[in-house]
Design a binder for this molecule. Structure first.
Ligand code: SF4
Ligand code: SF4
Length: 325
C-alpha cells in the first residue's frame, strides 16, 4: 500500500511523500480531534518551481508567483493529488481524510495570513480544527523546521508547499529528517523588505502582510509616487522601517492596492518571499540541496529601486491603476 500511495501521489505531482505514525504526535494534537482513529499521517510535498520565482527575483513579472506557486498549487494541484491518493486508500477499505490549509480561517485572534486579503480572514475560529501543518511536515519527514518556522527540505530547501491525509491504515513510517539544514545564518531575516522577522526568528504576521503586499517602495515597481498620502510616516513605511500595530497595519493594507489580486482571496506577492529566496540562495551556495541546477539562482547583485521619487508625492498618471479597491 505504501508504494502504491507514493506512485499515485507522484503521478499527481507530489515531489516528496512521507508517512508519520501517530506515536510522533502529542495526544492533544489536532489530528486526534479531526479523526481519533488516525494511525498514519501522510505528507505530500510539492516543489515550487525555481523558475516561478524568477519574475520577482528579476523585478520583471509578478503575477506568476502568486498564481502558479500559491493559487495553482493550493487550489488545483494539491486537491487533485489529495483526492486521488484518498480514493485509493478508501478502495483498500480504509478511511482517508484529506487536509489542506484553509487560508481564510485562523484559530488565533491576533495574527493574519499574509497570502490572503485580511478582510476575508476569520480570526479566532476555535470550532474549526486545523492541523499544525509545519509540525505534520516535520513528523512526516518531509523537511526540517527552520529558525524562522519555515520548512526546509533537503531537495528544494524552502521552495516547497505541502498537504496531508489522515488515515486509519497503518503504514511504515518515513524516518525523521536529521540533516540540520538551517544553520541560523540569518540571511532570511536580512532579506525581508519590511523587517518582519525579528532576530530570534519570530515573524510579525501583520508586518509580513504589509510588506508581502509590497509596502517597500524600493522593491515595488507598481507603487505610485504619491503612495500612502494620508500617512505622516509614509517614507518610513516605504523604507520598511515604520513602527505600527495590527490596526495601523490594516490601514496601510487598505492603501496598498497597487496591483490586482488573484482569485480565492489571494493577494499578489510583491516581496516574492524574499526570505525564502535568500534562504534558497544560501543553501545553494553551501551545496546542501540535493536538487541542483546548471546555474546558480542568483548570479548578480539583488536589485533595488530608488525611493527618491516618493519624496515628491507627485501624482503621475501613468502609474494610475484605476484607484484603490
Ligand atoms: S536563511 Fe535559511 S538557513 Fe539561514 S537562518 Fe534563515 S532559514 Fe535558516
Ligand atoms: S520576505 Fe516577504 S514573506 Fe518573508 S517575512 Fe518578509 S514580507 Fe513576509
Amino acid at each position: 500500500m505504501r508504494e502504491k500511495i507514493i506512485e499515485i501521489a507522484k503521478k499527481y505531482d507530489a515531489d516528496i511523500v512521507g508517512f508519520a505514525p501517530t506515536s510522533r504526535f502529542d495526544k492533544n494534537d489536532p489530528i486526534f480531534k479531526i479523526f481519533p482513529q488516525t494511525k498514519t499521517v501522510i505528507g505530500l510535498g510539492f516543489r515550487v518551481l525555481r523558475g516561478i520565482y524568477r519574475g520577482i527575483e528579476e523585478g520583471t513579472t509578478y503575477y506568476q508567483y502568486t498564481t502558479m506557486a500559491v493559487e495553482n498549487l493550493e487550489e488545483t494541484v494539491m486537491p487533485l493529488a489529495l483526492i486521488n491518493v484518498s480514493n485509493y486508500i478508501e478502495e483498500e477499505g480504509f478511511e482517508a481524510i484529506p487536509q489542506r490549509k484553509n487560508p481564510l480561517i485562523l484559530n488565533e485572534e491576533g495574527t493574519t495570513n499574509p497570502e490572503v486579503d485580511y478582510t476575508d480572514v476569520y480570526h479566532g475560529v476555535k470550532a474549526e480544527n486545523q492541523l499544525d501543518f509545519t509540525n505534520c511536515a516535520v513528523q512526516c519527514g518531509l523537511g526540517e523546521r527552520s529558525m524562522i518556522g519555515s520548512i526546509l527540505t533537503k531537495e528544494y530547501g524552502p521552495f516547497i508547499r505541502y498537504c496531508f491525509i489522515l488515515t486509519d491504515a497503518e503504514i511504515e513510517p518515513t524516518p525523521l529528517l536529521t540533516d540540520n539544514i538551517c544553520d541560523k545564518c540569518g540571511e532570511c531575516i536580512k532579506a525581508c523588505p519590511g523587517n518582519a522577522i525579528d532576530k530570534n526568528g519570530e515573524t510579525d504576521s501583520w508586518r509580513c502582510a504589509v510588506y508581502y503586499n509590497g509596502a517597500n517602495g524600493s522593491k515595488n515597481p507598481f507603487m505610485p509616487p504619491d503612495a500612502f498620502p494620508n500617512f505622516e510616516n509614509r517614507m518610513d513605511i516605504i523604507n520598511g522601517t515604520a513602527e505600527f500595530n495590527s490596526e495601523e497595519a490594516k490601514e496601510i493594507l487598505d492603501s496598498i492596492y497597487f496591483y490586482p489580486p488573484a482569485k480565492h482571496s489571494y493577494r499578489a506577492s510583491i516581496c516574492g518571499r524574499a526570505c525564502d529566496r535568500a534562504c534558497y540562495i544560501h543553501l545553494e551556495e553551501k551545496g546542501v540541496l540535493t536538487k541542483s541546477f546548471n546555474k546558480k539562482f542568483r548570479e548578480k547583485e539583488d536589485w533595488k529601486l530608488s525611493t527618491k521619487q516618493f519624496e515628491t508625492q507627485k501624482r503621475e498618471k501613468e502609474w494610475d491603476f484605476g484607484g484603490n479597491k
